[in-house]
Design a binder for this molecule. Structure first.
Ligand code: NAD
Length: 448
C-alpha cells in the first residue's frame, strides 16, 4: 500500500500541492465551464465581481489542491485461489467545512485523475447546499461484473482495511457511486465496525440499507432533487410544468427516480429515455413504471417496449424536447449535442455531463443550465440526514425526510438565482461563486 499523506500547513510542500491540482477544463471566458476554484475565481475577477473573502494566490492554490491522495494496490484472493492485484484510490480534496464526504465507484476505467476531479466537485457541492462536509471521492479500478459476490465482498472489506484510520464518522464518510450500492455500503460498515471501537460506527458510511441505519428516501433523493430543480425553475420562469416535454439520458438510480417524480408529481411529459443499450421516444409521454418493468424483464433492453418508438441510443440527446436531463455519464453534452438540442433548460443530473465546448454553445443559445453541483446534490443532502440520524440514533419518517430535502434544495436553488441576477452571471458561475465563498470563509477562519 502506498499512502501519500500531504501536509496541510507546510509552505515548503506548496510545490507538491500544486502537482495535485484537479485538471478540469480551465477555460475562463464567459460561457465556459468553471469546475474548480481557480477557474471560478479568475472568471469572477475578470468580470470585476468582488468576493467577500480575501482570496489570494496562496489560498487559491490551497482550495484547488487535494489535501490527501491515497493510492492502494489491493491483492484480491479470487474464488479459484489465485491473487489479483487491484488498484484503488481515495482522494480527500478539502475538509475546511467538515469531514470529507464522497462516493466510491467500482469501474475498470477509474484512475487517479478522475477520482481527483470528482473529489474536487464534492467540495463545491457540499458547500453549495450548505451541509457540514468537505469533498472526497474513491474508486477501485475493477469491473465488478467480472467478480463473484464473494470476491466483491472480500475486495470491499480489504479496501476498508487498507484505508485504515483515513475514514471514520468524523474523518471521511464514503457513499455509493457508479456500481456500488447499499450492499457494498453494508460491507464497509461491517468491516469498519470490526476494526474500530468508534461509538457510532454506522456513521462511517452513508447509502446503507434502511435495515442498517440507512435513510428512508436516500434511494430516490438524487432524482427527487432533480425534479425539485425543474419545479423551482418553472416557478422562476412562470411556466406550467405540465406543458413541458422532458428527455432523460440514463435510466438508473438518478434517471429513473427523476423520470418517475417528474411525470407523476409535476405532470410533465417524459418524452424520451435511454440507457446504456437502448433509447425510446413517445411525444405523448412514456409510462415510466411500465418502461422500468419492461427494462427489468428484458435485461435492460428497452427497444421492444410497446409504449414508445425505438431510436438510436445517442439520438435521445437531440430529440425534440423542452428540458434535457443528462443522468448517465460525464461529457455527454458535446458541442454537437448542444448545437442540435431544442431544449430551453438543461438539468445536469450526472456529474460534469457538459464539455467546455458544449457549455459555451448552451450559453450562446441562452439555454438555462442547472449545474451538477446543484442539480444532483439531493443524494449528498440525504446522506447528511443519514449521518446525523446515525450519530443521534434518532430516525425520521419518510414525510419528514422528503420535506427536509425539499427545503434544502429549494434554498440552494434560489440562492444561485439571487447571485446570478445580482451579478448578471450564469447559474453555473453563480453556484461556484457561492461555494467558493463558503469554503474560503471556513479556510480563512481556521487559518488554513
Ligand atoms: P446507475 O448506474 O444507477 O445508472 C446509470 C444509467 O445510465 C443506467 O441506466 C445506464 O444504463 C445508463 N447509461 C450508461 N451509459 C449510457 C450511455 N452511453 N447512454 C445512455 N445511458 C447510459 O448510476 P446513477 O447512480 O443513476 O448515476 C448516474 C450519474 O449521476 C453518474 O454520473 C453519477 O456520478 C451521478 N450521481 C449519482 C448520484 C446518486 O445518488 N446515485 C448522486 C450524485 C450524482
Amino acid at each position: 500500500m502506498n499512502i501519500e499523506l500531504l501536509s496541510e500547513d507546510k509552505q515548503s510542500n506548496r510545490k507538491e500541492f500544486m502537482n495535485n491540482e484537479a485538471k478540469w477544463p480551465e477555460h475562463t471566458e464567459e460561457g465556459q465551464t468553471c469546475y474548480n476554484a481557480a477557474t471560478c475565481f479568475t472568471l469572477n475577477r475578470k468580470q470585476g465581481l468582488h468576493t467577500n473573502q480575501k482570496i489570494d494566490d496562496t489560498l487559491l492554490s490551497y482550495l484547488n489542491t487535494c489535501k490527501r491522495e491515497i493510492i492502494m494496490e489491493i491483492p484480491l484472493r479470487r474464488d479459484d485461489g489465485s491473487l489479483m492485484p487491484v488498484k484503488a484510490y481515495r482522494v480527500q480534496h478539502n475538509n475546511a467545512r467538515g469531514p470529507f464526504k464522497g462516493g466510491i465507484r467500482y469501474h475498470q476505467d477509474v484512475d487517479l485523475a478522475e477520482v481527483r476531479n470528482m473529489a474536487n466537485l464534492m467540495t463545491w457541492k457540499t458547500a453549495l447546499v450548505d451541509i457540514p462536509f468537505g469533498g472526497a471521492k474513491g474508486g477501485i479500478a475493477v469491473n465488478p461484473k467480472e467478480l463473484s459476490e464473494h470476491e466483491l465482498r472480500r475486495l470491499t472489506k480489504a479496501l476498508v482495511a487498507h484505508l485504515g484510520p483515513n475514514i471514520g464518522p468524523h474523518i471521511d464518510i464514503p457513499a455509493p457511486d457508479v456500481n456500488t450500492n447499499p450492499q457494498v455500503m453494508s460491507w464497509i460498515f461491517d468491516e469498519y465496525s470490526k476494526l474500530n471501537s468508534s461509538t457510532s460506527p454506522l456513521a462511517v458510511v452513508t447509502g446503507k440499507p434502511v435495515e442498517l441505519g440507512g435513510s428512508i428516501a436516500r434511494l430516490e433523493a438524487t432524482g427527487r432533487g432533480v425534479a425539485i430543480m425543474l419545479r423551482e425553475y418553472c416557478k422562476y420562469k412562470d411556466i406550467d410544468p405540465s406543458s413541458l416535454r422532458v428527455a432523460i439520458q440514463g435510466f438508473g438510480n438518478v434517471g429513473y427516480y427523476a423520470a418517475k417524480i417528474i411525470s407523476l408529481e409535476l405532470k410533465s411529459k417524459v418524452v424520451g429515455i435511454s440507457n446504456a443499450i437502448s433509447a425510446i421516444v413517445n411525444p405523448a409521454g412514456i409510462d415510466i413504471e411500465a418502461a422500468k418493468a419492461y427494462e427489468d424483464e428484458h435485461q435492460g433492453d428497452l427497444s421492444g417496449f410497446s409504449g414508445a418508438k425505438h431510436i438510436g441510443r445517442d439520438d435521445l440527446l437531440v430529440i425534440d424536447c423542452d428540458v434535457l436531463i443528462p443522468a448517465a455519464l460525464s461529457h455527454a453534452i458535446t458541442r454537437e449535442v448542444a448545437n442540435k438540442t431544442t431544449a430551453k433548460l438543461v438539468i445536469e443530473a450526472a456529474n460534469a455531463p457538459t464539455t467546455a465546448e458544449g457549455n459555451a454553445v448552451l450559453h450562446q443559445k441562452g439555454i438555462f443550465i442547472i449545474p451538477s453541483i446543484l442539480a444532483n446534490a439531493g443524494g449528498v443532502v440525504a446522506s447528511y440526514f443519514e449521518w446525523t440520524q446515525n450519530l443521534q440514533q434518532f430516525y425520521w419518517d419518510y414525510e419528514h425526510t422528503v420535506a427536509e430535502l425539499d427545503k434544502r434544495m429549494v434554498k440552494a436553488f434560489w440562492e444561485v438565482i439571487a447571485v446570478s441576477e445580482k451579478h448578471g452571471i450564469g447559474s453555473r458561475q453563480a453556484a461556484y461563486f457561492i461555494a467558493l465563498e463558503r469554503v474560503a470563509a471556513a479556510a480563512l477562519l481556521r487559518g488554513f
